[in-house]
Design a binder for this molecule. Sequence first.
Ligand SMILES: Cc1cc2nc3c(=O)[nH]c(=O)nc-3n(C[C@H](O)[C@H](O)[C@H](O)COP(=O)(O)OP(=O)(O)OC[C@H]3O[C@@H](n4cnc5c(N)ncnc54)[C@H](O)[C@@H]3O)c2cc1C
Length: 424
Amino acid sequence: MWNANVPDRFPERIVQANSIDDVVSAMRAAKAAGHQVAVRSGGHSWSGNHVREGGVLLDLSRLTSFTIDREAMTATAEPGLGGSDLIVALMKQDLFFPVGHCRGVGLGGYLLQGGFGFNGRALGIACSNVTAIDYVDADGELRHASETENSDMLWAARGSGPGFFGVVVRFHLRLSRKPHFIGNVATQYPRERLEDLVRWIDRVGPDVPPQVELQFVISRNPSFPPPLRKATRASPVRIELAATVMAESRSAAKAAVSFLSSRPKGARIRSPLVPTPMGAMLSAVMQHYPTAKWETDNLWTHASADELLPHLLRVADTLPPPPAHMLWLNWAPQADLADMAFTVQDRTFLSFYGGWLDDADAEATTAWSRGNVAAMQSLSTGVQFADDPGRPSRGVSESAQARLDALRAQHDPDGRFHRWIGDS
Ligand SMILES: Cc1cc2nc3c(=O)[nH]c(=O)nc-3n(C[C@H](O)[C@H](O)[C@H](O)COP(=O)(O)OP(=O)(O)OC[C@H]3O[C@@H](n4cnc5c(N)ncnc54)[C@H](O)[C@@H]3O)c2cc1C
């Protein structure tokens, strides 16, 4: 798994599929032997949802084929394919899909949980661009689900995330045109500007144009690790504000980010709008996600700046060393969701990436991530399965949960597939 914080759980056997036929055979064999099945595509589940005690771990990481139909603006993709690989191929053909922000994240888990991708506020949560799936069911039958065939399985596949009860072997995707201009505005603040920044985002966030992803990351500046802290007057905590914009022209992009003129003063670094290749964008994000051990937790919220600030000041002042960091994502949904299992979203997403390189930091970093989210529970309206915290949590609405439970009972009566790890 990608997270080096590997859980203390051991499957009885691991099956590596080289083809869809292998998946069919594996599911039939699991049924005959009475084994439960956990599915892995890209292995990027933070909680190691695919690593379960006993049973079969079905590894789809070799299923990476894809097709692109430029005229129809559609694609098919197998689940082991990384979104970062798909986007390279699409952009060569002037096409686009809201893939995730990091290299290597598998389309399998990414699309099932929703998928917060590049230009996702304009193009919609990635799973809303999944038009059909091919899947192997609990009996080992290869099936197709679309709006008109097995439509309840398509409904479930769009948002049930690590609780899906089937093996998706191919996604059918609706594409869009590649934006003509892709760029970024970066601003870096010291810790002292956190309050101004939060009050500003609280004010402008809901009106940020959909083609702009506005977010900030709070982390400890790697140049000022704890031993040097007292020796310098510079703040050891940095806040990186990023506005990524995708538009039809540079002038349209400029207009879309014009709200940044009101951003707080006191920045240490302030870049103009610069065209940014996707590769550079992915590399910039990946700086925050080195190979490390991680404990993540998160919350959706529409709490006000006044409600959030006491917590965020504590978050900043208790930051563990890098790579631990907190992300504030201004999601501020602008359109109604399609009818699908993905049902929980809110104005702001806060995610606590408790990562450590030295095991001596494990306990404090875990407590920082878990403890801060626990302290903010009264402000939380749910969690994102994207950063699956592996604890009991509200990742879909109550009615979607009831429908998923009923569909699971119908499609997987013997419990061949695991439930969400937080439920077990
Ligand atoms: C560094 C990093 C960056 C990330 N960035 C983003 C981001 O920008 N946006 C975003 O939305 N998310 C992001 N994520 C979260 C990521 O989308 C989820 O962790 C997702 O589940 C990973 O998919 P995977 O296939 O790689 O993971 P896996 O661990 O292989 O799968 C996760 C779970 O999904 C289910 N699953 C996977 N494939 C299948 C399948 N084919 N059929 C049935 N069930 C399946 C299984 O229950 C499995 O346990 C990121 C994660 C990491 C670690």
